[in-house]
Write a new protein. Sequence first.
Length: 242
Amino acid sequence: MTESLAARYDVQTARWDDAHRWSPAPRFRRKIILSLLGRLRFDSLMEVGCAQPYLLAEIARRFPACHLAGADIAAPVIEQNRRLFPSIEFQRIDIQTERLPRPYDVVICSEVLEHLPDYPAALRNLKSSGLKHLIVTVPASPLFPIDRHVGHVRHFPGRALERALETEGFRVLESRQWGFPFHTLYKLLINKTDPDAFVRAFSEGRYDLKKRLLSEVVYRVFHLNLYRLGWQKIVLAGVTNS
């Protein structure tokens, strides 16, 4: 395991609990992923980079017969998840160096690849694990200072993600960009602030009632965004037969 990366996210991921739960962008990504899942047939699912498993919890409610699993590089959240969600299997995995422990019908990799120095190795490990479908979300915006602050090492503008997937033997079944104009404006506005202060307040901080209400308003506005333009990329991929 990449120990420096693991050590960073052991500390950082635990601080993102409220942001993962309440922030409008993660909530809307969960909505899009759940919509994609509703069109697939699957009996098992793994979320790679699950952190606090709010997406997995929603999947468990909608697909109660599905075998669910989550993996993350951060040991503290894996231990916490095992206590809070005993019906879901959790494992600590560095997908850059390790394969998944078993095949899954669907693997979700949402807002993960942008954090990985060796994301092609991660894609190879995912493919070799025997999955049928892969759902990936990544930022497609320029790499802003606030993105670097939360550990992003690259973004995937244009067709960069699709090319990476095809290089590693995946077949792109559906690709969309999302977020224009309101998510785009949101990204621009938060990068006009002091990145340190914004991260402390909204990425690593607790969400009181005022922050939750503000997040709810922004989340509802995000429903007006376009699904073909924007700085959020969502791809559904399968495995090629070759």
